[in-house]
Design a protein around this ligand. Structure first.
Ligand code: UPG
Length: 462
């Protein structure tokens, strides 16, 4: 650590706060401080700890009361991540989701609508990383005339560590941006404080921050939740939702030694992995929609009390094995007083992680109004279709070029597409559909085709 300390002191690209935050994280990691979970002590949280959404008290119909409530709120979107997994350069939030509007456009329109409706002034905060800062600022400029205050701040920038000798990569070689990393969204708490934003918000009378992933289209302000938190003086609330077999990796909430706690798959002993993944014992998972009291954040950051589990993330830069240590915002739940989960409807979790999710939200399964994406009631099946697209569709640009228009999927159950497949316009897909082009052969689905419960391997099958 002392060797590392002197190496880090020479890194003049980062602040003193960043240097000490980084050294603390590495020290904690090296000390092997891990949060071991004793399996037999895990208890299923009661309805008092994970409150069912339907039991929340309805909010007052008086718009003046609603305005009072909203005046306490600030919305923060986690915007440090890039769109690389969807084949895009730049921040993920600038990917166009629907009708030419990006994640960021939709977020701004939603808050503008809220502010107009209730005559309030909920500000939007964007937590950027050094990876997303410049591009985001260019885009935020275009909202200068909107009725919302948009603030941006940067999360920490930490050096990647060379695995062989634990030297910060930027001390070893000039790897440019690749020498550094943003240390996960758990960094939101110290960064909010170190940027001065936390103090500024508190002095404006703000009390709660609603934190969410910028790619979750379902993460909109919910008055019933905010009202519940204010009335019950809740310091931290995590929105969880019933787990389906597709969500086996997400963290779950448990009661442990009298406290509510996030349990991640990485903390689960091997012999219990299947139990963890099953949807019988662990029925809920973290949406990463988090509501946190601002004064409580200040108290805990000042006391250096937020010691979330460290997630080691190994990578390789120019053939050098490196390690980056990260933390997650959801893991902070156990440090707050009066922390709860709220079990929300699935509609509050609509993430876009891959182009198959884009297909869902661009289709007739959803409609868009005032920035809000709403599910089409014409679909009777409560579950969304399961969609699997081959690697030809992985990048957004390729995905878009392969569909003349997005097919109607209201009655679709499953879709699996492999090979060089191209979709015409006005296509309808129903039931279970598999489309598999033969290797090296282009397969075009003609305009207006209606495909129901079929496997298509060539034009003769359509
Ligand atoms: N992000 C940052 N800074 C970072 C890392 C991520 O701002 O250093 C942002 C990122 O841009 C995105 C959000 O944080 O908006 C979430 O990041 P991501 O890597 O997509 O997290 P996930 O793997 O999706 O996991 C989070 C929670 C998990 C939860 C899941 C729901 O950790 O518990 O189940 O979100 O999608």
């Amino acid at each position: 650590i002392s060797k590392l300390k002197s190496a880090v002191s020479g890194l003049n690209q980062i602040s003193e706060n960043e240097k000490s935050g980084f050294l603390n994280l590495v020290t904690r990691y090296l000390s092997g401080e891990a949060q071991h979970v004793e399996w037999s002590k895990i208890q299923t949280p009661t309805d008092e700890v994970v409150v069912p959404y339907d039991t929340l008290t309805p909010v007052s119909e008086d718009p003046a009361e609603t305005k009072k409530l909203l005046d306490k709120l600030v919305v923060l979107k986690l915007n440090g991540g890039l769109g690389t997994t969807m084949g895009c350069t730049g921040p993920k939030s600038v990917i166009e989701v629907r009708n030419g509007l990006t994640f960021l456009d939709l977020i701004v329109i939603q808050i503008e609508t809220l502010n107009k409706k209730y005559g309030c002034s909920v500000p939007l905060l964007l937590m950027n990383s050094f990876n997303t800062h410049d591009d985001t600022l260019k885009i935020v400029d275009k909202y200068a005339k909107s009725n919302i205050e948009i603030h941006t701040f940067n999360q920490s920038q930490y050096p990647r560590l060379a695995v062989d000798d634990f030297t910060p990569l930027p001390c070893k070689k000039d790897a440019g941006k690749d020498g550094w990393y943003p240390p996960g969204h758990g960094d939101v708490f110290p960064s909010l404080m170190n940027s001065g934003k936390l103090e500024a918000l508190l002095s404006q009378g703000k009390e709660y921050v609603f934190v969410a992933n910028s790619d979750n289209l379902g993460a909109v302000v919910d008055l019933k939740i905010l009202n519940h938190l204010v009335n019950n003086k809740i310091e931290y609330c995590m929105e969880v939702t019933p787990k389906t077999l597709a969500d086996v990796k997400g963290g779950t909430l448990i009661s442990y030694e009298g406290k509510v706690q996030l349990l991640e798959i990485a903390q689960v002993p091997d012999e219990h992995i299947n139990e963890f993944k099953s949807i019988e014992k662990f029925k809920i998972f973290n949406t990463n929609n988090l509501w946190v009291n601002l004064s409580a954040i200040k108290r805990l950051v000042q006391a250096d009390a937020l010691k979330m589990e460290i997630i080691p993330n190994p990578k390789e830069v120019d053939g050098i094995k490196v390690l980056q240590l990260e933390t997650a915002a959801g893991a902070a739940i156990r440090f707050f007083d009066r922390a709860i989960g709220i079990n929300v409807p699935r509609s509050r979790f609509l993430p876009v992680k891959a182009t198959s999710d884009l297909l869902l939200v661009q289709s007739d399964l959803y409609t868009l109004s005032d920035g809000f994406v709403t599910r089409n009631p014409a679909r009777t099946n409560p579950a969304n279709p399961s969609i699997e697209l081959g690697p030809e569709f992985k990048k957004v640009a390729n995905f878009l070029s392969r569909f003349k228009s997005i097919p109607s999927i209201i009655e679709l159950d499953t879709l699996k597409v492999t090979g060089d497949v191209w979709f015409g316009s006005g296509i309808t897909l129903k039931g279970k559909v598999t489309i598999a082009a033969k290797p090296g052969v282009k397969l075009e689905i003609p305009d207006g085709a209606v495909i129901a419960d079929k496997e298509i391997n060539g034009p003769e099958d359509i």
